[in-house]
Write a protein that binds this ligand. Structure first.
Ligand code: PYC
Length: 312
């Protein structure tokens, strides 16, 4: 490249229920073999420009979630997920995409279980062959039920705060129709809710999830606003885990029962749970979905390019 410093990063893109994942295969940052918390800290401190170069424009876009596989002393692989604005604790659609990517590469040859370590705990995935994957997520729970917020410009909104590998605010009553044609309104409402929630005692929550009745055979449809203001095209694996925790706490879904969660596109995940600690309301969620590989590419990072490290 004319003597200028340039790097190549091989990535494989996939989508899970419409939501894209980009897995770094080669050329990404080396994070050593420390704990996942140490690897995440290193990624954030030293290599955040890589995150932006991989997922942000001009090579990526706001919806894209990146995944970097790393070493783990306790699992088959460590995994870090990142997006347009930072890092995710876990990512359900992303993990399904990672497994289908590994199968595409021949790194897993027969259906079975793969164990991963994330910064928020251990998870595992079962590749069923073809495009189908189940994931068993981190312990999930509802932290607070029926929190009423005063949302400027909107009024009172009530919802639950729950953990499913990321923090969610789950709202059933919002007065909107969950349809693609309303995405701008839904984004505006969810963003206002998030600002109010963060200001009114829940700074940790960075995902907002609106619910309505299912329309494509599911028990429920959702609209999920992610931390960087993009909406999830999939039903959101960690969001569905948070939903399962609320259903379990309310006694609405029994252990082992199935919950079909639809996304705003109508794509579905099948969820279920088992109790880890019923008295404390802690569940182990399982999510089943499908992913498809869409590209196998090499990103070129030319340091003379003014947008080499992405548009931040
Ligand atoms: O599937 O968990 C998920 C997820 C989080 C953000 C985007 N997708």
């Amino acid at each position: 490249m004319n003597g200028t410093a340039s790097r190549q990063i091989r990535v494989i893109d996939s989508h899970t229920g419409g939501e894209p994942t980009r897995v770094v295969i080669a050329g990404g940052p080396e994070l050593g073999g420390g704990t996942m918390a140490e690897q995440l800290a290193l990624f954030e401190d030293r290599y955040d420009a890589f995150r932006s170069a991989i997922v942000n424009e001009p090579r990526g876009h706001d919806v894209l979630v990146g995944a970097l596989l790393s070493e783990s002393s306790e699992s088959d692989a460590g995994i870090l997920f990142f997006n347009n604005v930072g890092y995710l604790g876990m990512c359900g659609h992303g993990l399904i995409g990672v497994v289908i990517t590994m199968a595409h590469l021949g790194r897993i040859k027969k259906p079975g279980t793969i164990r991963f370590e994330t910064p928020v705990g251990k998870v595992h995935a079962i590749w069923h062959g073809g495009n189908a994957v189940s994931i068993v997520n981190v312990p999930s729970y509802r932290k607070a039920a029926n929190i009423t917020l005063n949302v400027p410009g909107i009024g009172s909104i009530t919802g639950d705060v729950a953990w499913g590998g990321n923090w969610f605010f789950l709202v059933k009553e919002h007065g909107k129709t969950l349809a693609l044609k309303n995405v701008e309104q839904l984004t505006d409402l969810s963003w206002r809710i998030r600002q109010a929630l963060n200001a009114q005692g829940f700074p940790e929550v960075d995902h907002v999830e609106l619910f309505a009745k299912g329309e494509a055979g599911g028990h429920s449809r959702n609209f999920v606003l992610c931390p960087g203001k993009a909406y999830d095209r999939s039903p959101c694996g960690t969001g569905t885990s948070a939903k399962l925790a609320c259903l379990a706490a309310d006694g609405t879904l029994a252990e082992g029962g199935q919950w079909i969660q639809e996304s705003i596109l109508g794509s579905t995940f099948r969820g279920s749970y088992r109790w880890i600690d019923r008295a404390k309301g802690i569940i182990e969620p399982s999510i089943h979905g499908t992913a498809f590989v869409t590209a196998d590419s090499t990103l070129i990072l030319n340091e003379t390019d003014p947008f080499c490290w992405g548009i931040r």
